[in-house]
Write a protein that binds this ligand. Sequence first.
Ligand code: ADP
Length: 229
Amino acid sequence: MRLDGRRNDEIREIKIKAGVLKRAVGSSYVEWGKNKVYAAVYGPREVFPRFLTKNEQALIRCRYNMAPFSVDERKRPGPDRRAVEIGKVMQGALEPAILAHLFPKTMIEVNVEVVQASAGTRCAGITAASVALADAGIPMRDLVPACAAGKAGDQIILDLGKEEDNLGQADVPVAIIPRTGEITLLQMDGSLSNSELEEVIRLAMTGCMTVYEKQKEALRKKYEVASHD
Ligand code: ADP
């Protein structure tokens, strides 16, 4: 049993809602354990700044932000190195799923706001962002679910909680395109043997499939409600 009573292969509780923000073209809200994350998508629209324009495809820009009140001690507002890095890895995770060639010379903007953080916010952000992209009607090969696995207390575990992340031996966030089995995000913090790493990636991918079901359910629900309106 883990600190919060979960089995080693058990994910924290996840709730996903699509279409939660009026001003964005597409949006979503994800509660994942104690994480609370919004995603908002704009575009395809005119590229700004102009010099970033791609002639053959849409430019995908991802911004990740943690609210000052999202962590125990107030976080200094504004972007830091970690936020810039997470924006980049989110873009790398999402772009292979987006049919960006359909919208050359435009920009698709993805904004992720973490309003409460408790380990695994990049996975929650990618998960929320791909639901928001689908909600915006952006054509995609598939949704992109993300989930971490790792090692704590010498055990291989799924979806590390805050204490497991702080005290643990390794944390490996993974994002996949379920339809093709492609891995679009793979990072590792800590140390693992080769065989442990393989086991961790396999376990993270099972977590991704659980998240994928929740993503599809959120989009189905939004569509059902819309068709009754
Ligand atoms: P992820 O949220 O994707 O797991 P990290 O491994 O960098 O990313 O962070 C792990 C956790 O540490 C975050 O989810 C958050 O709970 C906490 N954390 C990150 N940055 C800060 C910060 N500046 N102040 C306090 N806690 C933070």
